[in-house]
Design a protein around this ligand. Structure first.
Ligand SMILES: Cc1ncc(C[n+]2csc(CCOP(=O)(O)OP(=O)(O)O)c2C)c(N)n1
Ligand SMILES: [Mg+2]
Length: 616
């Protein structure tokens, strides 16, 4: 007979999660490093009670963090998972109803970025005895529907635990997906309120220490032979390094491979930092937010070797960038490997690079040296953008880049991701953290909190625009509560610099993209708003410093670094020179319009669209 322990479903869940470990390359990590949440009637008596009962409060196996917004807490879990190379994450507990649906955006962000997070929304009574309960959707066609069904399309695994007996299989399924690099993303276990509190006799094996092994699949020999054939036939190869290179810990192998075979390496947003910026093969950012070096090479390359990339439209310049190339894709996920009718190596990035390293072949030496010259040209251009005397956005980034050496820069949306992608100099893979799969305004501070929790030894620099800040600044209070130090650089340009410029370029006249009062003409182009973001940050418990020029910015950042407290450095930027796009992005423009601006934009659009290819 198996021994059993009588616990509630929530107590069993908490005890199980604290015993999950993940192993790769012989090193074990705690899979679920903690639980972040907000309690309501849908989780306080279940998960809340179980968390309170574990340990004696101070050294709980599953430490509890109190967030301020459920979307934000998923961002924090994502930041944690990404900084941990997907080898550790946080569980997120929410109440039912709005607490749960607030997590939908975070879940989509996690899944799109291929990052593991465990979501534990409360759900309606499984017994339905008191329906409709507070916050119940009530679908007249089916009593089986709840708002948690919104989490299905944005989760890689979704289950509802309607009976205690279902819990063990649900947990094992959830852990499998969280720890599988090819399948990972948001994992949701919806937990009916009554079931959370229900007692059951659990087999003790459920609570044994369990280690999940992360596979490093090796390339299939026949696929490797086909890939080698492609390499040997290529004179102008270009590597596109995506986030998968970093998550696999393949950066050193990539540097070796590129160096040995003379292959230039371009980086996506998620892959940036895979090579140190000054590595002889590094040509920097690729795509719509790419460097002139990488985008020029991309147009001329005869073979694109995509490693751990999902080929977003920013990377391919909406399928206009690669003009002469075939594709060889290395990816642990068959779905991503198969993109653009590529020859595929479905394998771990590090293992695939090792295997390909043995192929006796070199890129055309002229191509390799041209790449190095182009890259040097871009570094000189970066120096020019960084070296201005006025507080333009590139100058802010330049000063920060100098101060932030060794730290991590965190950003997600607005005009900064593009400037960062092109200009930022990262010396190691952990230094660059721009969430550009979902490019979600509001990720910055919440995600930065997760980064700092995962890497307390690093200085974390959160760069946030005024638009993103206004959307989600409240996690400053969480950072202050936890004594987790962030340096937050708040860049105020009174609205949406990014979408303002885009709006103008598509004939939408910048409508509604500046933070201004309604003016005399009835449009949103009146006076500047009397909003004081520095005072707002101070009210949340952060120290606040203000910078007005490059010198005071440097001094403020130095002070923020020296301080043990979360510090917001408030900067108002001035418009000025910024790197321009070297490649297109497909944003469809009105085909008919009474506005001359829109008609002109449509002409430019039709012209650019001619370069679009299906990549078959
Ligand atoms: C949640 C969310 N809503 C809308 C958008 C579309 N969007 C992208 S950038 C941007 C403006 C960002 O403003 P700010 O943070 O001030 O950055 P700036 O463009 O001024 O650099 C908007 C509205 C988005 N990315 N995320
Ligand atoms: Mg702004």
């Amino acid at each position: 007979m198996t021994n059993t322990t009588r616990l509630t479903v929530a107590q069993a869940l908490v005890r199980f999660l604290a015993q999950q470990w993940i192993e790769r390359d012989g090193v074990e990590h705690r899979l679920i490093a903690g639980c972040i949440g907000i309690f309501g009637h849908g989780n306080v008596a279940g998960i809340g009670q179980a968390l309170a009962e574990q340990g004696a409060g101070t050294h709980d196996p599953l430490p509890y963090y109190l967030a301020r917004n459920e979307q934000a807490m998923v961002h924090t879990a994502v930041g944690y998972a990404r900084q941990s190379d997907r080898l550790s994450t946080l569980a997120c507990t929410s109440s039912i109803g709005p607490g749960a649906t607030n997590m939908v955006t975070g879940a989509a962000l996690a899944t799109i970025n291929r990052l593991p997070v465990l979501l534990l929304p409360g759900d309606l009574f499984a017994t339905r005895v008191a329906s409709p309960v507070l916050q119940e959707l009530e679908d007249p066609r089916s009593y089986d529907v709840s708002v948690n069904d919104c989490l299905k399309p944005v989760s890689r695994f979704w289950d509802r635990v309607n009976r205690p007996e279902q819990l063990p299989a649900a947990l094992l399924g959830a852990m499998r997906v969280l720890t599988d690099p090819a399948e990972t993303g948001a994992v949701t276990l919806a937990l009916p309120q009554d079931v959370q509190a229900e007692a059951h006799d659990w087999p003790e094996e459920l609570f044994a220490r369990r280690v999940w092994h992360v596979a490093r699949p090796v390339p299939e020999p026949a696929a490797l032979a086909r890939a080698a054939e492609l390499l040997r036939g290529s004179r102008r190869p270009l590597i596109v390094a995506g986030g998968g290179v970093k998550y696999s810990g393949a950066c050193a192998e990539l540097a070796r491979f590129a160096g040995r075979h003379g292959v230039p390496v371009a980086e996506t947003q998620a892959g940036k930092g895979a090579l140190p910026y000054d590595h002889p093969c590094a040509v920097g950012a690729i795509g719509h937010t790419g460097t002139r070096a990488a985008d020029t090479l991309a147009r001329e390359a005869d073979l694109v070797i995509g490693i751990g990339t999902r080929y977003s439209d920013f990377t391919t310049a909406s399928r206009t960038l690669f003009r002469q190339a075939g594709f060889l894709n290395v990816n642990v996920a068959a779905f991503d490997a198969a993109k653009h009718a590529a020859e595929t190596l479905v394998a771990d990035a590090r293992e695939a690079l090792k295997a390909l390293g043995d192929v006796d072949w070199r890129a055309d030496p002229g191509w390799t040296s041209r790449a190095a010259e182009l890259a040097a040209g871009w570094q000189a251009e970066t120096d020019r953008f960084y070296g201005g005397t006025e507080l333009t956005q590139p100058v802010v980034l330049g000063v920060l880049n100098e101060v932030a050496a060794g730290g991590v820069v965190v950003n997600a949306a607005g005009s900064m991701p593009g400037d960062l992608h092109r200009l930022w100099r990262a010396s190691d893979p952990g230094q660059y953290h721009v969430e550009y799969g979902y490019s979600c305004m509001g990720y910055e501070i919440a995600g930065g909190l997760g980064v700092k929790l995962a890497a307390p030894e690093r200085e974390v620099f959160v760069l946030v625009g005024d638009g993103s800040y206004l959307m989600m600044a409240q996690e400053i209070a969480t950072a202050v509560q936890e004594g987790v130090k962030l340096v937050i650089v708040l860049v105020d340009n009174q609205g949406f610099a990014s979408i303002g410029a885009l709006s103008e370029s598509v004939g939408a006249l910048r409508l509604g993209t500046a933070y201004r009062k309604r003016g005399p003409d009835g449009r949103l182009d009146g006076e500047r708003l009397p909003v004081d973001l520095a005072a707002n940050a101070a009210s949340l418990g952060a120290d606040v410093l203000t910078a007005a020029d490059p010198q005071t910015l440097r001094a403020a950042l130095a002070k923020a670094v020296a301080s043990p407290r979360t510090t917001v450095v408030y900067v108002e930027t001035v418009p000025g020179p910024a790197p321009a796009a070297e490649a297109w992005w497909d944003v469809p423009v009105a085909e008919v319009s009474g506005l001359a601006e829109a008609r002109a934009a449509r002409e430019r659009y039709d012209e650019a669209k001619r370069d679009q290819r299906p990549y078959l």
